[in-house]
Design a protein around this ligand. Structure first.
Ligand SMILES: O=C(O)[C@@H](CO)OP(=O)(O)O
Ligand SMILES: [Mg+2]
Length: 402
């Protein structure tokens, strides 16, 4: 039976030590638990996160009673009920943190009631592989003060056969970056996602990243490629309409496109996320036209996992890739719809964590079920490795089935 018998909401800690929402859904013979992550460089069009304590006490009275006796095997029905109760279109009444925790916990209860893992419940019988891990090894921006200007310097094991080996290779790059920085006498604190947060310039970070990736690649015997998340909304100054850099330099949208295109060529980047700020569909399109044949140009703050915004991006040719964060949109059904419109129109999808995370491993299952090309999870830290280790287990089950 997949009818909800009990639902619990509680406040737990996230990896930044902030409060967040956890939901538990029980059916007669199934149980699901999920927690909401939290962003630091959030997009302005994301579904609305409420104060966790207020949201949980309100939802306990106003939401949970409506969800008892509901069939969790009908995920679309469950999620539209959440929208109906909320009534705002952006979850500003019940809170996107409450909504996403409930929606994901319901899907896990449904999977558990069927006695199968979540990836299989959602993806069905033809899930053929796990996504490659996109790991953050050097970072700054909104995730670490006085570090790099670009928010994330990433690596992805583009040449690995087994995802498991790629996960270990990313960890090796992470360790090598520390060695290289230490050799140069540079301190190695960490940012919110476990990436090193050294007080160095972006060109220096690229240099260290390339060197570490080359060494790890030689050791592993497969290609490890670099990427970045610029998180350019954080650099954009709406008053001047320019991107404002620390050295006082201002870049127009055109300058920013040239700057990023040059970085793509100089460092052979295979992935660039949010190179322009969250309203600049045209700037994204210019970069995508110029470099989309050799690099994934990915929208995060631009799309916020919202199918309408992805449609706008499609119309303008803004990107060839979409970042997917379930908590940006609030339910699993909305997440599916965003992925569906992207993939049906030939865009790649990347499943992503948030900078504030919990030990929740749901995104590892979703990334496999939805056939995402990469999963962005970070490289080290319990809340990051929880997802990577789950990916190792899922990949093993997929292989055993073949
Ligand atoms: O910008 C991003 O892609 C994310 C995750 O890396 O950061 P945040 O969760 O702070 O928005
Ligand atoms: Mg981003």
């Amino acid at each position: 039976m997949t009818i909800t018998r009990g639902i619990t909401l509680r406040i737990i800690l996230d990896s930044r030590g902030k409060k967040t929402v956890e939901a538990e859904v029980r059916t007669e013979n199934g149980f699901g638990r999920a927690a909401a992550p939290g962003g630091a460089s959030t997009g302005i069009y994301e579904a609305v996160v409420r104060d966790p304590s207020d949201a949980v006490s309100d939802a306990t009275i106003q939401v949970i009673p409506h969800l008892i006796g509901v069939d969790v095997s009908d995920q679309i029905g469950f999620d539209s009920l959440l929208h109906e109760i909320d009534g705002t279109g952006n979850f500003s009444r019940i809170g996107a943190n409450v909504a996403v925790a409930l929606s994901l916990a319901a899907s896990k209860a449904a999977a558990d009631s069927r006695n199968i893992p979540l990836w299989q419940h959602i993806g069905g019988v033809f899930v053929a592989h796990a996504p490659r891990p996109l790991g953050n090894v050097i970072g700054g921006g909104a995730h670490a003060p006085y570090a790099t200007e670009i928010q994330e310097f990433l690596v992805v094991p583009t040449g690995c056969e087994r995802v498991r080996d790629g996960i270990f290779a990313n960890a090796r790059v992470h360790a090598l970056v520390r060695e290289l920085l230490t050799k140069r006498g540079i301190s190695t604190g960490k940012g919110d996602e476990g990436a090193w947060a050294p007080p160095i310039s972006d060109p220096d970070a690229f240099e260290v990243l390339s060197e570490a990736a080359d060494i790890a690649s030689d050791e592993a015997g497969f290609e490890i490629s670099p990427g970045i998340d610029v998180a350019a909304s954080q650099l954009y100054d709406p008053e001047s309409g320019m991107y404002r850099y620390r050295d006082g330099r201002l870049r127009s949208s055109e300058d920013q496109v040239t700057y990023i295109a040059d970085l793509i060529d100089e460092y052979e980047l295979v992935y660039v996320e949010d190179p322009l700020y969250e309203e600049d569909y045209a700037g994204f399109a210019a970069l995508n036209r110029e470099t989309g044949n050799r690099c994934l140009i990915c929208g995060d703050d631009l799309f916020v996992t919202n199918k309408k915004r992805i449609q706008d991006g499609l119309t303008q040719g803004s990107t060839n890739c979409v970042l997917i964060k379930p908590n940006q949109i609030g339910t699993l059904t909305d997440t599916f719809e965003a992925i569906d419109i992207a993939q049906r129109n030939g865009l790649e999808t990347v499943m992503s964590h948030r900078s504030g995370e919990t030990e929740d491993t749901t995104i590892a299952h979703l990334a496999c079920a939805f056939n995402c090309v990469f999963i962005k999870t970070g490289v080290v830290g319990g809340e990051r490795t929880a997802k990577l280790n789950e990916l190792i287990r899922i990949e093993e089950s997929i292989y055993e089935r073949k």
